[in-house]
Design a protein around this ligand. Structure first.
Ligand code: SF4
Length: 328
């Protein structure tokens, strides 16, 4: 176990805030540590309720859940702040104290022909990023961190739905190196037109993401074409507070103007089961996490497009515009 829950900082903040009851949100990989985390709150005599909902990112801030259990604070572990919400939230980013050196050494071989690397990291590696840069520079590389753009919290920080910070340095680098997981590096590979390498310390793998971009772009073109041909369309909005990627009224108006029948659907989290019974829907447009439509292409029996892709299907944007913006 190499996770550090920043207990000193957490305790200091809790003593300052003095909550009576907290809702604790843990990312999926940290739910196994619930008892260890519960002890911290118990020792401070703070009532605690753990959220059992999925928490894939800081887009999922459980404000309604917190209100429903009368909590006066949310403690959100494992992500950096992503959005402003109208409720007190304490973010505990969680550090992984694993020694990265063996993977950094191993990674050099993968991109030995590239000099300038664009570097992005997932939040648990933030405290190590100075050492990572130093290591690569000592080994003859030039390192540029991805820009802090959109909702990312720091320079170099990567989030699965925000790749503008990578796109903005794309012209200055020969390749990208992502210190994170497959989800982050897939998003990067789809968004930039330069080689992307993943350093995944949990699966002990250095992966060249070559080929992913072409495969995904082909799937996206197919889905966009399906929306063009669809007669009946379901537009999905999620109630998750940070998953508002698009303007449903606009899309509905434009789809109707093209003669399509449209229904608006809301849900907390998209799943194939929930969509299954909307039998006569030919294609869905989702305004929730854009990665659902893209990454889960094969899981859904009906095509799903994102807001940006719907604009392409409707002729409001070109495919080239979408590539320029980044498909995520
Ligand atoms: S919207 Fe999707 S990609 Fe973005 S933070 Fe949430 S779960 Fe991650």
């Amino acid at each position: 176990m190499t996770f550090n829950f920043e207990t000193d900082y957490l305790v200091k903040e809790l003593k300052k805030i003095k909550p009576k009851k907290v809702l604790v949100q843990l990312p999926e990989g940290v739910k196994q540590n619930a008892f260890e985390i519960a002890k911290i709150f118990e020792d401070l005599k703070i009532d605690t309720v753990f959220s059992g909902e999925t928490c894939w990112g800081a887009c999922s801030v459980g404000v309604e859940e917190a209100k429903s259990v009368n909590a006066d604070l949310i403690v959100h572990f494992g992500h950096a702040k992503f959005i402003d919400v109208d409720f007190p939230v304490l973010y505990i980013e969680v550090r992984d104290e694993l020694n990265l050196t063996p993977w950094l050494k191993k990674s050099l071989k993968s991109f030995e022909s590239f000099k300038k690397i664009g570097l992005s990291y997932s939040i648990q590696h933030r405290h190590d990023i100075g050492k990572v840069i130093e290591f690569y520079e000592d080994n003859g590389k030039e390192v540029i961190l991805s820009d802090k753009k959109g909702n990312v919290a720091y320079e170099g920080h990567i989030v699965g739905c925000q790749y503008s910070g990578l796109k903005s340095i794309e012209d200055k680098v020969d390749c990208f190196v992502i210190l994170g997981n497959n989800f982050h590096s897939m998003g990067a590979a789809m968004s930039v037109d330069k080689p992307v390498f993943l350093i995944d310390v949990y699966n002990d793998k250095i992966t060249n993401m070559e080929g992913i971009r072409d495969k995904i772009l082909r799937q996206r073109i197919i889905s966009i074409e399906k929306l063009k041909d669809a007669k009946n369309v379901g537009v999905i909005i999620e109630s998750k507070i940070g998953q508002k990627f698009g303007v449903s009224d606009l899309i509905i108006k434009k789809l109707k103007a093209k003669g399509k029948n449209v229904i608006l659907i809301t849900m907390n989290e998209l799943s194939p089961d929930k969509l299954m019974n909307f039998y006569y829907v030919d294609c869905f447009v989702e305004m929730a996490c854009p990665r659902i439509a893209i990454d889960d292409f094969a899981k859904y029996p009906k095509p799903i497009v994102t807001f940006k892709e719907a604009l392409v299907a409707l002729g409001e944007k070109s495919w080239e515009d979408l590539l320029k913006m980044g498909i995520v």
